[in-house]
Ligand binder design. Structure first.
Ligand SMILES: Nc1ncnc2c1ncn2[C@@H]1O[C@H](COP(=O)(O)OP(=O)(O)OP(=O)(O)O)[C@@H](O)[C@H]1O
Ligand SMILES: [Mg+2]
Length: 267
C-alpha cells in the first residue's frame, strides 16, 4: 500500500523564489491544516509554489486537473470490474486523505458544483470523506491538506465557487513577480543572461498594460520562460518572442503589431 503514495513524493527541491511572505503564511496554514486557495492568473507560479511547499513539508503531492466532465467518482473512487470480479479503486482525493498527502485541485472552478461539494466534509473540522458507494467513511490522515487554485477574473456568473466552498479556505494571492524577481526567475529557469531576462520581462510588462485594452490576459512568467529557453537554444530573440510571447496570446493583427513593436524596442 505504501508504494501507492511513494510515487507522489517529491525527491528534489523544486526551485521557488519567494515573492513575499507566502512561504511562512503557507507553513502556518499547513500547521493548522487550513485548506488553502491559491489565486492568480495563469503561469504566475501557483503550481510551482505548491510543489515547493510539499517538498519543504516533506509531504506527497497529488495534483488533479479539474474539468467540467469530472464527476465525484473521479475524485473519490469507483468500483472496477476485472477478471477477479469487482474491486474498489480509490480516487486521488481518497488516496490523499488516507495517506496524508497534500491534494492540489487545479482549476477547481472548472468542476461542476455537484462535484466540488465532495470536498466539503474534508474541509471543515470533520475531516472525513464518505465513500458512499463503498459504504466507508475515511477519516483523513493527520497530514492531509487540500489546496485549490483559482483564476480570478475567468469566472462567469454560472461558473464560480459557491460561497459555502470559498469560505472553507484561506486565500493567498499570486501575481506576476515584481521586475527584479521575475528577471531572476527567468534567468534561473532558462539559463539566459540576466540582461536578456530583463528585456523579456520588460516586454511582458508592456503587454500586461494592454490587458483589458485588447488583450484578455498579459504575458505570463511561463511564456517568458518559453521565450528564454528558445533563446538559450540559439534561436534569434525576435523569432523566439514571436513564437513564445506574441503568437499564442492574440490573433488580432493590430495587437500583434503592437507586441512585435515592443519586442523590437527591447531587442
Ligand atoms: N516565484 C517563482 N519561483 C520560481 N519559478 C517561478 C515562480 N513564478 C513562476 N515561476 C515559473 O513559471 C512557470 C509557470 O508557473 P506555474 O506553472 O507554477 O504557473 P501557475 O500559476 O500554476 O499557472 P496555471 O494557472 O496556468 O496552472 C513555472 O514552471 C516556473 O518555471
Ligand atoms: Mg498550475
Amino acid at each position: 500500500m505504501s508504494n501507492v503514495i511513494d510515487q507522489y513524493r517529491i525527491a528534489h527541491e523544486p526551485y521557488y523564489r519567494a515573492v513575499a511572505d507566502e512561504i511562512e503564511l503557507y507553513e502556518a496554514a499547513y500547521s493548522v491544516r487550513m485548506p488553502m486557495m491559491l489565486k492568480g492568473p495563469t503561469g504566475c507560479g501557483k503550481t510551482r509554489f505548491v510543489e515547493h511547499m510539499a517538498w519543504k513539508l516533506g509531504k506527497p503531492l497529488i495534483t488533479v486537473a479539474c474539468n467540467e466532465d469530472m464527476t465525484a467518482s473521479d475524485l473519490v473512487g469507483r468500483f472496477l470490474l476485472d477478471a477477479q470480479g469487482t474491486r474498489w479503486q480509490d480516487g486521488p482525493l481518497a488516496i490523499a486523505a488516507r495517506h496524508g498527502a497534500i491534494c492540489y485541485l487545479d482549476e477547481i472552478v472548472e468542476a461542476r458544483q455537484d462535484t466540488t461539494v465532495v470536498i466539503h466534509p474534508l474541509t471543515d473540522n470533520r475531516r472525513v470523506l464518505p465513500l458512499e458507494k463503498k459504504g466507508e467513511l475515511v477519516h483523513a490522515h493527520p497530514d492531509f491538506q487540500i489546496v485549490i487554485s483559482y483564476n480570478p477574473g475567468y469566472q462567469s456568473l454560472m461558473k464560480d465557487l459557491k460561497q459555502s466552498t470559498k469560505q472553507r479556505f484561506g486565500g493567498l494571492d499570486f501575481n506576476y513577480p515584481e521586475h527584479a524577481i521575475e528577471v531572476e526567475i527567468v534567468a534561473h529557469e532558462t539559463g539566459v543572461a540576466s540582461g536578456i531576462a530583463e528585456k523579456l520581462v520588460s516586454i511582458a510588462e508592456r503587454a500586461r498594460n494592454l490587458k483589458g485594452h485588447g488583450l484578455d490576459e498579459g504575458i505570463s512568467t511561463r511564456m517568458l520562460i518559453y521565450a528564454g529557453s528558445l533563446i538559450a537554444r540559439g534561436v534569434d530573440a525576435h523569432a523566439a518572442c514571436r513564437v513564445a510571447l506574441v503568437r499564442p496570446i492574440t490573433d488580432d493583427p493590430d495587437m500583434r503589431d503592437a507586441l512585435d513593436a515592443a519586442v523590437t524596442t527591447f531587442f
